[in-house]
Ligand binder design. Structure first.
Ligand SMILES: Nc1ncnc2c1ncn2[C@@H]1O[C@H](COP(=O)(O)OP(=O)(O)OP(=O)(O)O)[C@@H](O)[C@H]1O
Ligand SMILES: [Mg+2]
Length: 506
């Protein structure tokens, strides 16, 4: 984060300054050089050739040293970025630092980073100085050469002493701009690094490839189909493997599984926060990558595990889901999310500012505002990633009722740990370490051995006796409404327990 900020501000400014300065300066100096060389050649072209002989030397030296400088600057900037990141996270986590009594530890860590930053900075400055010294040296050699040949030509009677003095005067006039250009090279080296870093930020979104022929999505009916979807954040580390399931329009699918099983990741694939490495995701039969991002995301509302509020008022945060929302719509959404009474009790009501990252509200209150933000959007598809995780039992019950109401007629993906909350889902998908190991309705899953039955029982749910294992049961477990399309999922039978242990209530 800090690094991104540094890149976006420091590096972008640096780039702009460089570009303007450099273009103006180089063209000016070039002009001076051309004029000087012209006059010198007119006076004595042989001597002029001698004075120009240093140019190739200068070019080679500049080229080599600026490469080294660029490497050093790159390193320095990334050290600075690391510092900015550390400062950012220290400010965010200040309560943790205090509660754990780690002020001194952080102080030292900061000091260590700072020293490294300084060391790398010094290295860069030293290289810069070397580069300039090198230019001076080459220029001195050139001047000496001209003087030597010049004196010989004076002694030979070709040139008068006065001519030589005038010539050396022009020589200085020509070398001065050269010196300046070499100095610009130094700054340019820095600027190219800045450019590199800024472009890297701008292309941070490259995970998803937006097609040029993408078109606006029509209003979705909401049939979602995942087909053999695999995904990894980092190459070689599969987070989701061969995910296949279908949700019919208006149905609710519950996604359950232990911490780290890949539930949130799966949810992120639908609004295309990431694209799958393999397989395809379709809505109403069309690949989601065919739609423009805006039109796709416009119809999907997400309530996330950790609700993110922006600095601004409560009103603004709710209206974020629908920028042109009327006062009435905002209040209605807040009522449906069960937050209206609380907001009204605040002295400033809907104009109460929420602190940076929502710090002035409790976790549950933030979550309800996030729900209101999703409700107001009236989307075709609703993604609820543990929406009740931070709510007390009463609020959870209320919000669950709201969510059921809101979700009516909308295709809903819901993640949760309290299985009793998810019993009504049309389809329950059990994820274990990124794979679907069980799939079916509550009635089906609770009757077969496996993760679902075990965890349901652990959470205090009453489980019926195991069903007789027969071919019929296997069929039933796969399926339910719409399961016919769930090709490739022959995993309905119980599989071993999750290697990561069970998820536990949240
Ligand atoms: N942005 C990310 N970059 C790299 N790895 C990630 C990222 N987000 C999640 N992961 C990894 O992907 C795996 C699945 O994470 P995910 O958040 O989808 O799990 P989850 O099922 O939602 O867990 P929880 O119940 O704790 O919310 C984890 O092993 C996690 O470490
Ligand atoms: Mg999650």
């Amino acid at each position: 984060m800090g690094d991104l900020l540094l890149r976006a501000t420091g590096d972008a400014n640096m780039m702009r300054d460089m570009l303007v300065d450099t273009v103006v300066m180089i063209s000016k100096e070039m002009l001076v050089i051309v004029v000087m060389v012209g006059i010198m050649a007119y006076m004595d072209w042989r001597l002029t050739m001698v004075s120009l002989a240093i140019l190739p030397l200068l070019a080679v030296a500049m080229f080599q040293m600026s490469a080294r400088l660029r490497a050093a600057v790159r390193k320095h900037r990334s050290k600075e970025g690391r510092m900015a990141m550390l400062i950012g996270s220290m400010l965010q986590g200040i309560a943790v630092i205090q509660v754990f009594g780690r002020e001194e530890y952080e102080d030292e860590r900061f000091g260590a980073y700072n020293r490294q930053d300084l060391k790398q900075g010094l290295k860069t400055v030293r290289l810069e100085a070397n580069l300039e010294r090198m230019a001076e040296l080459v220029i001195a050699v050139g001047t000496a050469g001209v003087l030597w040949f010049g004196v010989r030509r004076v002694l030979a009677g070709v040139l008068t002493p006065g001519d030589l003095i005038v010539f050396t005067h022009y020589l200085r006039g020509m070398y001065k701009p050269l010196r300046r250009i070499s100095w610009v090279t130094v700054r340019l080296s820095k600027a190219t690094i800045a450019a590199e870093r800024v472009f890297a930020v701008l292309h941070a979104d490259d995970r998803i490839k937006v097609r040029k022929d993408a078109r606006p999505a029509p209003r979705f009916r909401g049939r979602i189909h995942f087909k053999h979807v695999s995904f990894s954040y980092r190459p070689g580390l599969r987070v989701l493997e061969d995910i296949t399931f279908t949700v019919k329009p208006g149905q609710t699918v519950a996604i359950v599984g232990a911490n780290g099983a890949g539930k949130s990741t799966l949810c992120g694939l639908l609004p295309r926060l990431y694209d799958p490495d393999e397989g395809s995701i379709t809505i109403d039969g069309e690949k989601i990558s065919h739609f423009t991002l805006e039109s796709l995301r416009e119809q999907i509302a997400v309530v996330m595990q950790h609700p993110m509020l922006f600095p601004g008022t409560i009103r603004e945060n709710i209206a974020y889901g629908k920028l042109d929302a009327t006062e009435e719509e905002i209040v209605t959404a807040a009522k449906r999310a069960g937050i209206h009474d609380f907001v009204s009790s605040l002295p400033a009501g809907y104009d109460t500012p929420v602190g940076e990252r929502g710090e002035t509200l409790s976790g549950g209150q933030r979550q309800k505002i996030a729900i209101a933000r999703a409700v107001i959007k009236d989307p075709a598809i609703l993604i609820l990633d543990e929406p009740t995780a931070e709510l007390d039992a009463t609020s959870a019950a209320l919000v669950n009722r709201t969510l059921r109401e809101v979700a009516a007629g909308k295709t809903t993906l819901r993640v949760g740990h309290r299985l009793s909350e998810l019993k009504d889902a049309d389809l329950i998908v059990v994820l274990e370490a990124g794979r679907i190991t069980q799939m079916g309705t509550h009635e089906q899953l609770v009757r077969m051995p496996g993760w679902y039955r075990k965890v349901y029982e652990l959470q205090g749910g009453a489980v019926p006796p195991l069903a007789e294992a027969s071919g019929d049961e296997d069929e039933a477990a796969l399926g339910l409404a719409g399961a016919a399309e769930n090709e490739g999922c022959e995993l309905a039978a119980a599989s071993g327990s999750s290697p990561r242990g069970e998820g536990g209530g949240s």
